[in-house]
Design a protein around this ligand. Structure first.
Ligand code: SF4
Length: 319
């Protein structure tokens, strides 16, 4: 059996930054450091940080007054930020700067009498957070059917924003439908570089693999989209968290197995799956180079006062 290893894969710049924020906070301030929601959608990462002293909570009422809390890479709504301020919590923000960019757009257009049509999964934390920026002016659109049916107060004042981790192809269909219905719509494609690049890698693997294993968590949006991209190309794909979820049935009869991983998947899990498959050969397929990095919050760069508070994410690099 030959393995074709797709690239780019694995951690994106936003995930690296979020994990660094938790680890550096633990080093600098000591335990307990609370993290609201899974810092990124991967149980291996969460368990590792929990073992280092992080305490994961669903809501801020689980954090004691004056405690330190980190917001996850998916972002939070302004209500959550206000709650943190009201409670006097020490907040560090691990929201990915590319998610923050979408929040800024929602504030700008929502405050300018536009209806914000937010293409995304309405139960995903990122979409919930972004919707909170202009809640009275935001409508979440998940599907083409919803795009065909959505009503807005003024069709000449509509902006379309997107969740960062959507399928590039599926989103195009939804956006085309909205554009046909609202010709004056302002379009913002917010699908991030990491999502786009990993989907390109998955498509390339589908062309030369008998089956593709996507390594990642079941609750990871970008990992699920990778599986769908491969399936849309007519090739079998399985989303597996690690080697323990790979079965003989999945790779039965396959002479080439493609492997790619989502933006929240540690490379150790990819290595473990390859080790378990024992391929006779490994071929590397890189579709594009990535060199994006994001700077840390100033409190963790050694330049701040040492006491965190609410602040916007800083961006260095970009796409
Ligand atoms: S997937 Fe994209 S938006 Fe999400 S954390 Fe990574 S770079 Fe940021």
């Amino acid at each position: 059996m030959e393995v074709i290893l797709g690239s780019p894969r694995g951690f994106c710049a936003g995930v690296v930054r979020a994990i660094d924020i938790v680890e550096l906070s633990l080093e600098k301030y000591g335990s307990p450091v609370y993290v609201r929601h899974e810092i990124v959608h991967n149980p291996f990462v969460v368990d590792d940080l929990r073992a280092k002293g992080a305490i994961f909570v669903d809501e801020l009422d689980e954090v004691p007054d004056g405690g330190m809390v980190i917001f996850s890479a998916h972002g939070v709504s302004p209500d959550v930020r206000r709650e943190g301020e009201r409670r006097g919590l020490n907040v560090l923000d691990a929201t990915c700067p590319l998610v923050t960019k979408v929040h800024v757009e929602a504030v700008k257009f929502g405050g300018n009498d536009h209806t914000v049509l937010l293409v995304g999964h309405r139960d995903h934390p990122e979409t919930i957070g972004t919707s909170g920026e202009a809640p009275d002016r935001t409508i979440v659109v998940e599907t083409v059917e919803e795009a065909e049916a959505v009503e807005v107060p003024d069709p000449s004042k509509v902006v379309v924003l997107t969740q960062t981790t959507l399928s590039v192809d599926d989103t195009r269909e939804v956006v085309d439908t909205l554009r046909a219905r609202f010709p004056k719509v302002i379009l913002r494609n917010d699908i991030c570089y990491a999502t786009t690049n990993r989907q390109m890698a998955a498509k390339a693997l589908a062309q030369e693999s008998d089956v593709v294993l996507v390594i990642g968590a079941r609750n990871s949006s970008n990992c699920n989209r990778l599986r769908e991209v491969v399936e849309a190309a007519g090739v079998r794909a399985y989303l597996v968290n690690g080697p323990e979820e790979v079965t003989e049935e999945q790779v039965k009869g396959a002479s080439t197995v493609g492997i790619v991983s989502g933006a929240s998947t540690p490379e150790t899990l990819v290595e473990a799956v390859i080790k378990m498959l024992k391929p006779s050969n490994i071929v590397f397929r890189k579709v594009i180079d990535e060199d994006v990095t994001f700077v840390l919050p100033k409190e963790l760069r050694g330049e701040g006062s040492g006491t965190p508070g609410s602040h916007a994410a800083d961006i260095a690099g970009g796409q």
